[in-house]
Design a protein around this ligand. Structure first.
Ligand code: NDP
Length: 311
């Protein structure tokens, strides 16, 4: 039987719910058998009771005042995501590696965010270190009172042909890109589970899906992140926690791609259906969407943000 659209509860008529209140059905497949109307009313009531509308604030996406944790938020995609969340009125906690140039970048990013009049917390924190990751999450929670979003963005590349790859190239990339995300999810999961609400987005890559020469460590870490995303979505879904991943294609103007030879960037541009490379903001806006209530029914998804590179 084709289901008729259900009016939102506020628009229901006063005598709605009584068997006589159902308008005479006229649509194809309409009810005619005796007793069917009562059954249909019961079914409608059941569905209306079950349905909950997304908690969208007027002009917002449920992110105003939300506590957002972003790893590697001082530069590139992480910084763009921090700004995009701050524009929605969210409070931002981001971390970075304790390196002199990054400390400066972090200070600049924090100043930009404060200009948007949001609360900002940042410090050097190495996501490879589980205890440090856990401490960072605890500090952010204490500062903001609660946390709603985690974006696992910190990532590095150490490109080399597989047969020349050193142990440390392999380990550093896997430890940062994959184990780092695991550390952060494990640290924040108890908070999200307790409050029965939370959004997690992992920044994977098209290279977790499609092979490319010289990046076996990176590809393995990003493919692992896809597996982690799906597993976490399954385990945390019953606690009303959405876990998704974005898979960016080549993004211009980040530290990660500044060393990539121009011919590789040109090839990526030509390969993409839209004939262009992405910008950090292109990824940031999808990350924010995935953390909004508008995407409340999306979980375990891997969303390419690649201009059609994977097609
Ligand atoms: P960036 O290098 O600008 O950003 C990565 C950030 O993570 C840097 O600030 C980096 O610091 C930080 N970071 C690295 N290791 C750690 C660590 N152990 N603990 C905490 N922070 C750390 O590059 P992007 O913005 O391009 O990269 C962001 C994410 O997007 C990465 O996961 C990357 O793999 C992914 N991505 C990027 C694409 C691109 O084309 N740019 C395409 C697909 C995915 P530092 O610079 O000191 O290492």
């Amino acid at each position: 039987m084709a289901r008729q659209p259900i009016e939102p509860p506020s628009a229901r008529r006063e005598n709605d719910g009584a068997p006589g209140a159902l308008d005479a059905p006229t649509a194809p497949g309409a009810l005619t058998a005796p007793g069917a109307a009562t059954e249909a009313v019961e079914q409608l009531l059941e569905e209306v009771n079950e349905e909950t509308l997304p908690a969208l604030e007027p002009g917002g996406d449920g992110l105003r005042g939300a506590g957002v944790v972003i790893t590697g938020g001082a530069t590139g995609i992480g910084r763009a995501a921090a700004i995009a969340f701050a524009r929605q009125g969210a409070r931002i906690a981001f971390n970075y590696l304790d390196e002199a140039d990054l400390r400066e970048a972090a200070q600049r990013a924090a100043a930009e965010l404060r200009m948007l009049e949001v609360d900002v917390y940042c410090r050097a924190c190495d996501v490879r270190d589980g205890a440090d990751a856990e401490a960072f999450v605890g500090e952010a929670r204490e500062r903001f009172g609660s946390l709603s979003v985690l974006v696992n963005n910190a990532g590095i590349g150490r490109d080399r042909a597989l047969w020349r790859m050193r142990d440390e190239d392999w380990r550093d990339v896997l430890d940062t890109n994959l184990t780092g995300a695991f550390h952060m999810i494990r640290a924040i999961a108890p908070t999200f589970r307790r409050q029965q609400h939370g959004k997690i987005v992992n920044v994977s890559s098209v290279h977790g899906i499609r092979a490319e020469f010289g990046i076996s460590n990176y590809a393995a870490s990003k493919a692992g992140l896809i597996g982690l995303t799906r597993s976490a979505a399954l385990e945390l879904g019953p606690s009303n926690i959405n876990v998704n991943a974005v898979a960016p294609g080549y993004i211009r103007t980040t530290r990660l791609t500044e060393g990539v030879p121009a011919e590789i960037m040109d090839r990526a541009r030509e390969r993409s259906a839209l004939g262009r490379l992405g910008d950090p903001q292109d990824v940031a806006s999808v990350v924010v969407f995935l953390c909004s209530e508008a995407a409340r029914h999306v979980t375990g998804a891997i969303v390419p943000v690649d201009g059609g590179y994977l097609l």
